[in-house]
Ligand binder design. Structure first.
Ligand code: MV4
Length: 587
C-alpha cells in the first residue's frame, strides 16, 4: 500500500480523499494556489505546497509542478479527484514516467473513453447497446443530412467527439435546424477540446440519466454497485442525484449492471468508474464512461456501505477488490443535493462570495461533504460548489423528508446558494412522482419565486453584539425611562461596538463590489464574453438575457437584474471580464 498520497485537487473532493487516506494510515500532501492559502484542504493535509497563482491553468492544471511536488514530498501516488487533471491521459502517463502511481485507470482506458466516437465503436463491438447513430465522425452538414435521412431519422443530437457531460451537444428536431446544430456542436468541440469532430445520435425526447458505478482491479475483477439517477440537471450540470433509480427494478438493475461491467472490462479498466447511460421506456443505452471518481459517488456509498474512494486507492496499489458481486447489497435510498453558490432565480447565475455564518445539518442519516467553512470564500475562479448534502433513509419518500429537514437545518448567510431551489424542488409533485423534473428546472416563472430578498437580510443583526442603553422617551407628552437592548446602530457615536463583529466590514465590501449603484449589473464571475444578446439603448425585462460569459468551461447566462433601458453596455464579444466589473447599466 502507498505510504503517502498527493491529492491534486481542492475543495470537498480533496478533503474526501484525505479522509480516506487518514483512515488507511496513508500520509497526505495537499497542493494549493495563492487564492487557496486559507482553504480547508490546504490546512488539513500532513504537508501542503503552494503551486502557483489562482488561475487553475497556472496551478492545479500544471502537470510538471504537481509531479515536482510529489517528488519533493516523497509521495508514491497522486489522486486527481474529479475535474482538473482527472481523465487526463497525458497526466497519467507523466505520473507513470516519474515512477509515481496515478490513482485511476490506465492511460489507454482514459484515451479509449475520452474519444466519444471511439468509445461508441468499442462498446458496440463489445455488445454494449449504444444510442442509435454514427460511431464514425461525420464530416460535414451534407454527410450528416445523408446519414440521418438514410438511417438515424429526426430528431437528432449532434455531439462533439471530444465532448462529454453535455459540452458540444446540440439538438436538431427537424432538417431545418441541422446546420445550426452541426455548426454549434463543432464550434464548441473545437473551443473546449481542440477537436471540431462531431457525430450523430438519435435524440431521445425525455430519457432518464441513469449511471452505473463500477469498481475494477488489476486481477480482472469488475463489479458494479448499482445505479444512480441524475436526471435533475440544468445546462448539463447535475443538481440532484439519487440511488437507487426510481425507474430501475431488480431485473433492469442486473441487466444494466452487466452492461456496465462489460463496458469497463472492454477497456481493461482499473479503479472506480461510471458508465453513464440513458434510460427510456425500459431501454438502456450507453452514453459515455467517466474514468474517475464522480461528485455523486456518495449516494452509492450510502446504499452499499462501500467506500468507493478507498477501493479506488486499493485497486491502484494492485490489491484485489474487497468484494465480489454477490457481496453487494443495496439498502434503503440515498439522495444528494449539490449546494452551489448559484442563484436559481437568476438563471442559476454563479454567486461567488464570502460566507458569513455557516452551520451544517447533522442528525440521523445525514452526511455532508464540504470544502469550505464559516468565513470561507467561494472564489469566482473555481467550481461554485460549497458542499454536498447527502441523506439516507429506508425509502425514497422518507429520504426526501429527511433531505427537506436537513436543508432546513443548513445555515449559510451572506452567500446565495441552491438551498431554496432544492427545498422547492424536493417539495414538488414532480419529484414525489419521480418525474425527471426537466420542465420544472427550465420554468422561469417557478424559478423566479426562489429569488433571494433584495434587502440586506435583517436577521443578520442577530449575530451582531447586543448593547444596552437607557433612554428617556416621551410618549404623548409623558416621559418614560426605557432600557433598549439591541444591535448597535452603525455610526452611532456612543454605540461603538465595531469591535469583534466580522459581519460589518464584510457588508461594506459587498455593497461596494456588487451594488455600487442598483442600476449597474456587475459580472458575477471572471471569464470571456461569448455572446452579447442586447444592444445599447434596448428596453429589457428583468430576467432577459444580457450576455453569455464562459468561465470554468461553463457557459453562464447573465440576465438583467431589473427592467429598464440598457443605458450603458460595457462588454463586447470575445473580451474578458473580471468578477465585479460592470457589464451594463440598466435605468
Ligand atoms: C442525450 C439526450 C437525448 N438524446 N442524448 C448528455 C449529457 C448529459 N448531461 C445529458 N445528455 C443528454 N443526452 C441523446 N441522444 C438528452 C440528454 C439530456 C438529459 C438526459 C437525461 C436527463 C436529463 C437530461 C437533461 C439534458 C439533456
Amino acid at each position: 500500500m502507498f505510504s503517502k498520497i498527493l491529492v491534486a485537487n481542492r475543495g470537498e473532493i480533496a478533503i474526501r480523499i484525505m479522509r480516506a487516506c487518514e483512515e488507511m494510515g496513508i500520509a497526505t500532501v495537499a497542493v494549493y494556489s495563492e487564492l487557496d492559502r486559507d482553504a480547508l484542504h490546504a490546512g488539513r493535509a500532513d504537508e501542503s505546497f503552494l503551486i502557483g497563482p489562482g488561475p487553475a491553468a497556472e496551478s492545479y492544471l500544471v502537470v510538471e509542478k504537481i509531479i515536482e511536488v510529489a517528488r519533493e514530498s516523497g509521495a508514491d501516488a497522486i489522486h486527481p479527484g474529479y475535474g482538473f487533471l482527472a481523465e487526463n491521459a497525458v497526466f497519467a502517463r507523466a505520473c507513470e514516467k516519474a515512477g509515481i502511481t496515478f490513482i485511476g485507470p490506465p492511460a489507454d482506458a482514459i484515451d479509449a473513453m475520452g474519444s466519444k466516437t471511439r468509445a461508441r465503436e468499442l462498446m458496440e463491438k463489445a455488445g454494449v447497446p449504444i444510442v442509435p447513430g454514427t460511431t464514425e465522425p461525420v464530416e460535414d452538414v451534407a454527410a450528416a443530412r445523408k446519414v440521418i435521412d438514410d438511417t438515424v431519422g429526426y430528431p437528432v443530437a449532434i455531439k462533439a467527439a471530444g465532448g462529454g457531460g453535455g459540452k458540444g451537444f446540440r439538438v436538431a428536431l427537424t432538417e431545418g435546424e441541422l446546420e445550426d446544430a452541426f455548426e454549434g456542436a463543432s464550434r464548441e468541440g473545437e473551443k473546449f477540446f481542440s477537436d471540431g469532430t462531431v457525430y450523430v445520435e438519435r435524440y431521445l425526447p425525455d430519457p432518464r440519466h441513469v449511471e452505473v458505478q463500477i469498481l475494477a482491479d488489476t486481477h480482472g475483477n469488475v463489479i458494479h454497485l448499482g445505479e444512480r439517477d441524475c436526471s435533475v440537471q440544468r445546462r448539463h450540470q447535475k443538481l440532484i442525484e439519487e440511488s437507487p433509480a426510481p425507474a430501475v427494478d431488480e431485473e433492469l438493475r442486473e441487466r444494466i449492471g452487466k452492461i456496465a461491467t462489460e463496458a469497463a472490462a472492454a477497456v481493461d479498466y482499473v479503479g472506480a468508474g461510471t458508465i453513464e447511460g440513458l434510460l427510456q421506456d425500459g431501454e438502456y443505452f450507453f452514453l459515455e464512461m467517466n474514468t474517475r471518481v464522480q461528485v455523486e459517488h456518495c449516494v452509492t456509498e450510502m446504499t452499499t456501505g462501500i467506500d468507493i474512494v478507498k477501493e479506488g486507492i486499493r485497486a491502484a496499489a494492485g490489491e484485489a477488490l474487497g468484494y465480489t458481486q454477490d457481496d453487494i447489497e443495496l439498502r434503503g435510498h440515498a439522495i444528494e443535493c449539490r449546494i452551489n453558490a448559484e442563484d436559481a432565480s437568476k438563471n442559476f447565475a454563479p454567486a461567488p462570495g464570502s460566507i458569513g455564518a455557516y452551520s451544517e445539518p447533522t442528525g440521523p442519516g445525514v452526511r455532508i461533504d464540504s470544502g469550505v467553512g464559516p468565513g470561507g470564500v467561494v472564489s469566482p475562479m473555481y467550481d461554485p460548489m460549497v458542499a454536498k448534502l447527502i441523506v439516507w433513509d429506508a425509502d425514497r419518500e422518507q429520504a426526501t423528508a429527511r433531505m427537506l429537514r436537513a436543508l432546513g437545518e443548513f445555515e449559510i448567510t451572506e452567500l446565495k446558494t441552491l438551498i431554496p431551489f432544492h427545498k422547492a424542488l424536493l417539495a414538488s409533485d414532480q419529484w414525489a412522482a419521480a418525474e425527471t423534473c426537466r420542465d420544472l428546472v427550465e420554468d422561469k416563472k417557478w424559478l423566479k419565486e426562489l429569488a433571494f430578498p433584495k434587502a440586506e437580510p435583517s436577521d443578520s443583526e442577530a449575530e451582531e453584539p447586543k448593547i444596552e442603553r437607557d433612554y428617556s422617551v416621551e410618549v404623548s407628552g409623558k416621559r418614560f425611562e426605557v432600557k433598549v437592548i439591541g444591535a448597535a446602530l452603525a455610526g452611532g457615536g456612543a454605540a461603538a461596538s465595531n469591535g469583534g463583529g466580522r459581519g460589518a466590514p464584510k457588508r461594506r465590501e459587498r455593497s461596494s463590489g456588487g451594488a455600487a449603484s442598483s442600476e449597474e449589473l456587475p459580472s458575477p464571475l471572471q471569464g470571456t464574453v461569448l455572446k452579447v444578446a442586447v444592444k445599447q439603448g434596448a428596453e429589457v425585462e428583468e430576467g432577459a438575457l444580457i450576455c453569455v460569459i464562459e468561465a470554468m468551461k461553463m457557459e453562464n447566462e447573465i440576465t438583467a437584474h431589473r427592467s429598464g433601458k440598457v443605458e450603458e453596455l460595457t462588454v463586447t464579444e470575445g473580451a474578458s471580464v473580471a468578477a465585479g466589473e460592470k457589464i451594463a447599466k440598466i435605468v
